[in-house]
Each structure stands twice: as structure tokens, then as C-alpha cells.
Write a protein that binds this ligand. Sequence first.
Ligand code: UDP
Length: 372
Amino acid sequence: MKYDYLVVGSGLYGAVFAQQAKALGKSVLVIDKRPNIAGNVYTENVEGINVHKYGAHIFHTNIKEVWDYITKFAVFNRFTNSPVANYKGELYSLPFNMYTFNKMWGVVTPEEALEKIEEQRAEIKGEPENLEEQAISLVGRDIYEKLIKGYTEKQWGRDCRELPSFIIKRLPVRLTFDNNYFNALYQGIPVGGYTKMVENMLSGIEVRLSVDYLENKEELDRLADKVIYTGAIDAYFGYKLGNLEYRSVRFENELLDKPNFQGNAAVNYTDRETPWTRIIEHKWFEFGKDENGNDLSKTVISREYSSEWKPGDEPYYPVNDERNSKLYEQYRNLAKNEKNVIFGGRLGEYKYYDMDAVIKSALDMCEKELKK
Ligand code: UDP
């Protein structure tokens, strides 16, 4: 049979589209090159712990439409992200808030903290032109040197002066004692794991796993009137204009026979020398309990190493610097000529999307595509 839509990739963008299309009576086939659904939000249960196999995913949003949508497919717990920064054994609270300023400078009141920041940000004259200048103008040089520079250079493999300033604007700066990493009205982790949530979204929809679209493109294209492509846009075009750059991540997972390794879901190693960027201790996303509410006696940790993407690696983060943004625009022009293909998601749009923004962008696309 011929389907209305072939959805390439079962991550959030693909799952939202497939779910909405099915709900409107369209026929949909979802394929994924991996042996499992859920893309990079995939979680795998190890000893009762939902392990975020492709890195920590903490759902947060200010968009009520997105929250109302996603909570149809999972119950979310009350997890609030409060990472700890470890700089050569000194621990700091993140994001940058009164606890951080107190530890860094001994200041006690918001006024004292602001005074320190203003004194240090004075070195930046005019509009910040790169991540370094942006960071110093947000929180001053001390915090830049201890909590931002090393981490960012490990994470992006580039000098902070060569990175766009928007990356650091993702982090809040607060003159209150508030360790919540996100400025979001809604936040949490789906109880039972993200894989289960995506499974619920794809309920009743045909899914074929371990199918590589680009390797069988002609044959698969014949199966449907239209394609929703959520893979890398440069890969779709055989890299013919050159590679877009991505950062990739490698995880070293360990199951430890102890109940508590670091006392927090995320600890960032913000010095330059420690080779990993952060360590995730997955059980704390669900308060150290299994699905029945019992304490878990073991723990799983993942050390996260950042690297430059090369063919064969998984792409994670688009590098939205000038060269790549220009190249992406050229690919986008090619994409416009592919009349029966819609490109979407972090890889399809080469955009540093958070989960909620991906869902929003998919819902908006559905509105245009399915309800016309
Ligand atoms: N960042 C930092 N120090 C930290 C955490 C983050 O300098 O301890 C900077 C870094 O440049 C990073 C950016 O903030 O790329 C965004 O961090 P976020 O935690 O939002 O990244 P993600 O969770 O998407 O990897």
C-alpha cells in the first residue's frame, strides 16, 4: 500500500508528526536507522534505572500548548535541574545565582553581588561580539574563567572568542537563591522513561527499525506521497556542498555497586584539564527510586566526552558559527526544491533546539501540512 507520509526518524519531531497525522486519519509509516525508537531521547532501563543513553534530557518549557500536548503521553515528575559545577574540587551552584556569587566572592547580598559583576563586566565595551565577551558582560571574568571557559572549550572544541554569544545566553543569571537551571514554567522527567513516552506517541503506527533511509531512498520514497525527513540535511544531499560541522558526544557508562556516587544528576567539570565535560548519575532524575518507589542500591553514571563529528559518528550539536550558518542556508535552498520532502528537527533544520522547541516546531508544521 502507499502511505500518505513516510517519517524518517522516530525522535521527537518525527513522533509528533506521526502522532498528529495518524490522529487526523492519515496513513503513516515511521522508519529509523537505529534498532530502537525515540532518537536521542531514548532511555534504557538498567537495574531499574532509566539511563539517558544519548545524554541527559530534562524536559522544560514555557509553552503551555507544548506542555498540554506532551503530558498526554506521559506523567512528568517534579525533577528540577540544578547542576553542580566542579572546578578543581571547588563546588559551585549552577546556574549563576546568589549561591554561586557567595562561594566565588563571599558576597552576601544581591547588591554586593551586582557590584562585583558590574566592576568585572566593565572591561567589555560595546555589544559583546562573541561568547567570551558575552559571558564576561553577563557575570564577570572570575566566573568566566572558572565556570565557563574550560567547559565551553571542551564542549565545543573551539576558542570562546570564536563561538556565537547566543550559546551562553541559554543560561540564566539571577540575583536570587534559585538553583533551577531553567527559566521554565513547566519542568520534569517522564515517569517510566522517554522511550515509553515516545512509544505512547507512536501507538498504533507502523514503525520499521534498523532501516537506513538514505541507503534505500528510491525504494522507500515509492512507499509514500510525502516524506518527513528528520536526519541531517547535509547527509540528505550527499554532502555535496561540503560537511556541516557538528559536535558529537561519547559516553562512558558505568554501573556501580553503591547507592550514591555524586549526590546529584549532573556535575559539570568546568576546568580545562579533566577530559570529560560532565558526569550524569541517572537515578537522580527519578529521585533514586525504581518504578515501585523503592530505593535503588546501585547506580549508573555516564562520563560525557565531547568531540568533533566525523563521518560515522552520531551528530548531536550543530555548530552555528558563521561558516556553518551560511552553508546551512545553501542546503536549505536545495531543500526548498524537494517538493515532497519536509525537513525538520535539530538535524533537519541544523538548529540547537531544546525538546520543547522541537515539539513546537513539529506542531506548527502539522498545522500547516495536515490541516490545510
Ligand atoms: N556552560 C558553561 N558552563 C557550564 C554549563 C554550561 O560554560 O557549567 C555553557 C557552555 O558554553 C554550554 C552552554 O553554556 O555550551 C549551554 O549549556 P547547556 O547546559 O544549555 O547545554 P546542553 O545541556 O544543551 O548541552
